[in-house]
Ligand binder design. Structure first.
Ligand code: SF4
Length: 432
């Protein structure tokens, strides 16, 4: 016996499978399988069907799909970057891409005073707004740059800018999807057709389901709650009469002071005929100025789950669990810590303050080191194509510590986690 043959024999002798005695096995040629079950003869599948009970489906008959996953209508607790791979690849090649989406304030002041308003921490300024000519020029630039969507969202109340309605119409004419988020109290229903015909969505920021809750959370008269509910019903009516496609939604910002409003608001959204209610965490600044204690959210879990049961074919209630459960393990956070270390998202999701100044993101409004320009002074096209804009983007990537310098629960969280994975492929990534 050669030494090679000997060592092979040794290996075989030592290679004893120790199957516990209480496990049944079936013998096959050269192999024992850990099961007493009959092995299916794949060449006789047609005969097997006869052995099944009624209603049972035999695998491998190839009779078409079984639909067990309801199609996701809106992805409110996640991102849609997968549908924009071209722009991601262009960015990876170093091209000066425009954002896919922009959130922008149209003003820096408001007609109500929500107790959780993060805009206050960045300095509200009565009367400050983007001037109509700058706004409309900006939107035309966005069309040239192939910005896909703009949300008039954040900073002050957009309906206080008289140019908002024309901006919606011009945005659509420039092939840009437009959405707005408003407290709704000052919505001009004379422009309801312009809005509902041209908007992709209109979202009411409402975090209470009755007059008392409204007064407490939004610090506005109870009568304004009634007025708002009437306006919401009127929007539903105009949409229905004209068969407009605009989605009508509600966003609730959750803080311990409005836990008692969750169910009332879920009911109200259904009653007025809106399409969805999304319930989100309250973002807090890097200095924790709003004072959100994330441990408190656990107390609302039962009501949040109950609110989701209000979902029907026509009405969708979505809790943003990925951020509400920030202290647990979600797609984006674990134990209150982001699951990414570098912010790559700001070139894809831009944010502009209601005074026209551009920053990488909302939480950086007013941090002058990161100011990228002002759409009153320069064209948006030139800003995007210029060196300064990309130097600021590089500053964010190189120098911002997302675990210390950033708002907890920022708008770019979902896409940042996705881009982190794009930029940090594991080894052997070709073995998909
Ligand atoms: S991670 Fe930081 S820099 Fe990036 S968008 Fe969020 S708050 Fe802004």
């Amino acid at each position: 016996m050669t030494s090679k043959e000997k060592s092979a024999t040794d290996v075989n002798e030592n290679n004893v499978t120790e199957i516990p005695e209480d496990i049944s096995i079936v013998k096959h040629a050269g192999h024992k399988l850990r099961t007493g079950k009959k092995i299916v003869d794949r060449s006789q599948l047609d005969k097997l069907q006869e052995t099944l009970g009624q209603g049972e489906k035999l695998p491998n008959q190839y009779t078409g799909h079984t639909y067990k996953n309801k199609k996701e209508k809106f992805r409110l607790d996640g991102h849609k970057m997968l549908y924009h791979l071209e722009r991601i690849n262009a960015w990876k090649r170093g091209e000066r891409i425009a954002p896919i989406h922009i959130d922008m304030g149209l003003t820096k002041f408001c007609n109500i005073a929500c107790v959780y308003c993060i805009g206050v921490t960045q300095g509200m300024q009565k009367g400050a707004m983007i001037q109509p000519d700058a706004l409309l020029r900006f939107i035309e630039d966005c069309g040239r740059l192939e910005v896909r969507s703009i949300g008039f969202i954040g900073d002050g109340e957009p309906t206080l800018n008289p140019a908002m309605y024309d901006a919606i119409v011009i945005g659509k004419q420039n092939n840009i999807d437009i959405g707005i988020a408003t407290n709704g109290v000052r919505l001009d229903l004379d422009r309801a057709d312009d809005m509902l015909k041209h908007l992709t969505f209109l979202r009411i920021n409402l975090s209470a389901g009755d007059r008392e809750g409204f007064s407490k959370i939004h610090q506005s008269k109870g009568d304004n709650f009634d007025l708002l509910v009437e306006k919401m019903k009127a929007l539903v009516k105009v949409r229905k009469e004209n068969n407009y496609a605009c989605t009508l939604g509600i966003q609730m910002v959750l803080i311990p002071e409005n836990f008692d409003q969750i169910i009332k608001l879920a009911e109200l959204g259904r009653e007025v005929g809106f399409d969805y209610l999304q319930i989100k965490q309250c973002s807090d600044t890097e200095y924790k100025e709003i004072g959100i204690d994330h441990t408190q959210y656990a107390r609302a879990t039962e009501d949040l789950k109950k609110a989701e049961t209000f979902t029907t074919d026509d009405y969708y209630v979505q809790v943003k669990w990925n951020k509400i459960n920030i202290l647990g393990d979600t797609d984006v956070y674990k134990g209150g810590v982001r699951k990414y270390d570098i912010c790559y998202g700001t070139p894809f999701l831009g944010q502009i303050s209601g005074n026209g100044r551009m920053y990488p993101c909302g939480p950086f409004f007013g941090k002058e080191r990161f100011c990228m320009g002002d759409i009153h002074k320069e064209s948006y096209y030139d800003i995007i194509k210029g060196d300064h804009y990309w130097n600021v983007q590089k500053d964010v990537v190189d120098n911002v510590d997302v675990h210390c310098d950033c708002t907890v629960g920022c708008r770019q969280d979902y896409i940042n986690k996705f881009l982190w994975d794009v930029m940090n492929p594991p080894e052997h990534h070709n073995f998909i």
